[in-house]
Design a protein around this ligand. Structure first.
Ligand code: AMP
Ligand code: MG
Length: 593
C-alpha cells in the first residue's frame, strides 16, 4: 500500500483537495482509502448511543455495524495515541492511502496552500513535503509548486511519486475470485476404473484458481502464492561496492610492480560512504559493503598491504575491478524475479527485500473447510461407547491444510442425514473456498455425501485404480469445489496426498505439484497385482533401504504414523524381493511437518 499525505494550515484548502484527489484517483481505477487526523474534540461516537454506552462501560473495542458501514472504535484509555503506521496495518489493502494531517510523520506529502491564511509554508523546512499545491506562486521553495485547482496535475504528481503507474495494473489490488465450470470434474462416459495418472491429468486440466488476489507487505508473504510477477524495483547491489576490507584506488592511475600510494583523509564504510572523490594515484581505506567512491575502481585486500604513515605499499598485479562488486551484478533493476504461481519461501523474502519490493501481489489464502461425516463418529474424549469411532480424519486433514499453506476451517462433523448435511454445506460455502469431506463418498445407502452432491449439487464419482482408496467424490456445492475423500483414514490420507494436494495448490493460485520420489532398495518382498497403483506405508531403514508396515490392513492407522513416507508401486504387476528398487515418496514431499 502506498501512502501519501495532504497537509496544510487551517483554511489552506486541504480537505477540499483531499476530496478532489480521492475522486480523481479512484476515478482512474485505483483503490483509495483515507486517514484523517482529527482534533481531540471531534468524536465518531455520540452520548446516548448504544455504542457510546458500551464504550463508557469499559469495552476494549466497540464495532458499530449496520447495513451501510462498520467502524471499529478503539479507546486509548490513557495509552499513547496510536501511531499512523499502526493504523495503516488495520486497513484493508488498497493501492493508495491518502492521509490528511499527521504533519510530523515522515511519509511524503503535498502541502495545500492559500495566500489568504497568511501562514508561511511548511515546505520551507519540512523535507517530507514533496510539492506545494498553492493558489499563488510562492518563491524560493525547494519543491515544485502546483496549481491548487489543478487536481489532475496534483494526482499525476502523487501517482508518479508513489510509483503507481498512470494506469492501474491489470491485476488490481483486490481481484475477485473466479468460478470453476459446473461440470469441471466430469469423466468421459463409459470409464470404469481410471488409472491414477489419467485421474491426475484430468484433475490438472479441470482446475483453476478460485481465490482473488491482494497486495500485502512482502515481509508477511511467506508461503503465499504470487499473483503477478514482481520486478526488481532497484538493482542489487544498487551501487558498486567493495567485496573486502582493504584500500581502493583507480587501476589506470597506477603502474606495475611495487606501489606506494598516499591515502586520502577519511574512509568509505558500509552505510557511511566517502563524500568526496579519490584523486588519481591516491588510495582510500574502504570496508566491505562500502559504496565505491568516485575515482576508485579496484580494491586491494588489507592483508596484501603494508600500512605506513599516511600511505600504503603493495605489489600491483590486481586486475581492474578486483575485489569490487558491480552495481546490479546480482540482479538488475526491472528483472522479473519470479513467475506468477510461485510460492514464496524464506530466501525469496530476502530477494524481494534486497530489490526494494515492499509489497507483492499474491493470491488470497485458500480457505479449506474440513468436514467429517458418519453417524458413528464422535470426538475423542466425548464418549466411551464402543459403537462409536473417534473422528481421526478431521484433525489429520485440518493439519494437512495448514501444512499446505492454506487456512484450515473446521466444519465439524455431520451425521448421516441429508438435511443436516445440506445445512452444513450451505453455511460452509460462505466461509471457505474448497471443502474436503471424508466418509460417505461411495454409492451405498448411507453414503449421503455423494447422494446429496449428485441430487442437489454436481458430482462426478471417480473410481480410481488405486489401493488404498475407493471412489473419490468430486463435485461442487454452489460453485465451491468439494473433495469427497473415503472415510477410512488410511485411504483418506493417501487420496488427500495424491489428489487433493496438487488440486489445492492450483485452486490457491499455485502450480500443479508432483512429489519427487527417491529410488531405494526394498527391505521387503511383495507380489503386486496388475491393474492398479498401490501406495504402502513405508519407512527408511538405518541401512538406507525402505521397509513397509507389517500390515496393509486399511484400518491400521498406526501404520500411517509409523511411516515416514509412502512406497509407490506402479500400475503393472511386480514381484518385489528384498533389494528390488522401489519409489519412495517421503512425507516431507507431501506436506510440511
Ligand atoms: P465410509 O466411507 O463413510 O463408509 O467410512 C468408511 C470407514 O471409515 C468406516 O469404518 C468409518 O467408520 C470410517 N471413518 C469414516 N470417517 C472417519 C473419521 N472421520 N475418522 C475415523 N474413521 C472414519
Ligand atoms: Mg460413513
Amino acid at each position: 500500500m502506498k501512502v501519501f499525505g495532504v497537509v496544510g494550515w487551517k483554511n489552506s484548502g486541504k480537505t477540499g483537495l483531499m476530496e478532489r484527489l480521492v475522486a480523481e484517483i479512484s476515478g482512474r481505477g485505483f483503490t483509495v482509502s483515507t486517514v484523517k487526523h482529527a482534533h481531540h474534540n471531534v468524536d465518531v461516537d455520540q452520548p446516548g448511543k448504544d455504542s457510546y454506552r458500551h464504550r463508557e462501560a469499559g469495552a476494549v473495542e466497540v464495532v458499530l455495524a449496520s447495513r451501510k458501514r462498520w467502524a471499529m472504535m478503539h479507546e486509548h484509555r490513557g495509552a499513547p495515541e496510536t501511531e499512523l503506521e499502526e493504523l495503516l496495518t488495520k486497513m484493508a489493502p488498497v493501492n493508495l492511502v491518502l492521509v490528511e494531517g499527521y504533519k510530523r510523520h515522515n511519509h511524503p506529502k503535498v502541502e495545500a496552500h492559500r495566500t489568504e491564511t497568511g501562514k508561511d509554508l511548511l515546505a520551507r523546512e519540512d523535507r517530507t513535503v514533496r510539492a506545494v499545491a498553492s493558489n499563488a506562486q510562492p518563491d524560493g521553495l525547494p519543491v515544485p509548486v502546483l496549481n491548487l485547482d489543478d487536481t489532475s496535475g496534483i494526482a499525476d504528481f502523487i501517482l508518479s511519486e508513489t510509483g503507481l503507474s498512470d494506469t492501474p495494473s491489470a491485476t488490481p489490488d483486490i481481484a475477485p475470485p473466479k468460478r470453476l465450470k459446473n461440470d469441471c470434474f466430469a469423466l468421459p462416459p463409459g470409464v470404469n476404473w481410471t488409472p491414477v495418472d489419467d485421474a491426475l491429468d484430468r484433475l490438472r486440466d479441470s482446475l483453476a484458481p478460485v481465490v482473488g488476489t491482494e497486495v500485502i507487505p512482502s515481509h508477511t508473504a511467506l508461503g503465499r502464492v504470487l499473483a503477478a510477477a514482481p520486478e526488481a524495483a532497484r538493482a542489487n547491489p544498487p551501487a558498486p561496492n567493495s567485496a573486502v576490507d582493504g584500500y581502493g584506488f583507480s587501476h589506470a592511475s597506477i603502474g606495475s610492480g611495487a606501489q606506494t600510494l598516499p591515502l586520502v583523509n577519511g574512509r568509505a564504510a558500509a552505510g557511511a560512504p566517502f563524500k568526496g572523490s579519490v584523486p588519481d594515484g591516491m588510495a582510500i581505506r574502504i570496508l566491505t559493503g562500502a559504496v565505491i567512491p568516485p575515482g576508485v575502481d579496484t580494491v586491494v585486500l588489507e592483508e596484501d598491504v603494508t600500512l605506513g604513515e599516511g600511505h600504503i605499499a603493495f605489489d600491483a598485479g590486481l586486475k581492474p575491478g578486483a575485489n569490487t562488486r558491480r552495481a546490479g551484478e546480482d540482479v538488475d533493476a526491472g528483472t522479473e524475479l519470479f513467475e506468477p504461481g510461485h510460492r514464496l519461501r524464506a530466501p525469496d523474502l530476502a530477494l524481494l527485500a534486497a530489490t526494494g519490493l515492499a509489497e507483492v501481489s499474491v493470491y488470497r489464502t485458500l480457505r479449506i473447510g474440513v468436514l467429517s461425516t458418519g453417524d458413528e463418529l464422535a470426538a475423542p474424549g466425548s464418549t466411551m461407547d464402543l459403537g462409536r469411532t473417534y473422528d481421526a480424519n478431521r484433525p489429520m486433514l485440518l493439519a494437512l491444510a495448514a501444512g499446505w499453506h492454506a487456512q484450515p476451517v473446521d466444519l465439524g462433523h455431520a451425521p448421516d442425514d441429508r438435511d443436516a448435511l445440506r445445512k452444513i454445506l450451505d453455511r460452509a460455502v460462505d466461509e471457505v473456498d474448497i471443502i474436503l469431506t471424508s466418509g460417505g463418498a461411495s454409492a451405498g445407502d448411507e453414503d449421503h455425501m455423494s447422494a446429496i452432491l449428485q441430487d442437489e449439487g454436481s458430482l462426478a464419482a471417480w473410481r480410481i485404480a488405486l489401493k488404498p482408496g475407493r471412489p473419490l467424490a468430486l463435485g461442487q456445492w454452489q460453485n465451491v469445489p468439494v473433495f469427497g475423500l473415503p472415510g477410512n483414514p488410511v485411504a483418506a490420507l493417501v487420496c488427500a496426498l495424491i489428489f487433493a494436494r496438487p488440486a489445492v495448490s492450483v485452486l490457491g493460485g499455485g502450480r500443479w505439484l508432483t512429489p519427487t520420489a527417491t529410488t531405494l532398495p526394498a527391505a521387503f518382498g511383495k507380489a503386486k497385482k496388475a491393474g492398479r497403483r498401490e501406495f504402502l506405508r513405508a519407512r527408511r531403514t538405518e541401512t538406507g533401504e525402505v521397509d513397509v508396515f507389517k500390515s496393509e490392513g486399511s484400518g491400521r492407522i498406526s501404520g500411517l504414523s509409523w511411516a515416514d513416507g509412502l512406497v509407490e508401486l506402479p500400475d503393472p504387476a511386480q514381484d518385489i524381493v528384498p533389494g528390488t528398487s522401489v519409489n519412495f515418496i517421503p512425507y516431507t514431499e507431501l506436506f510440511s511437518l
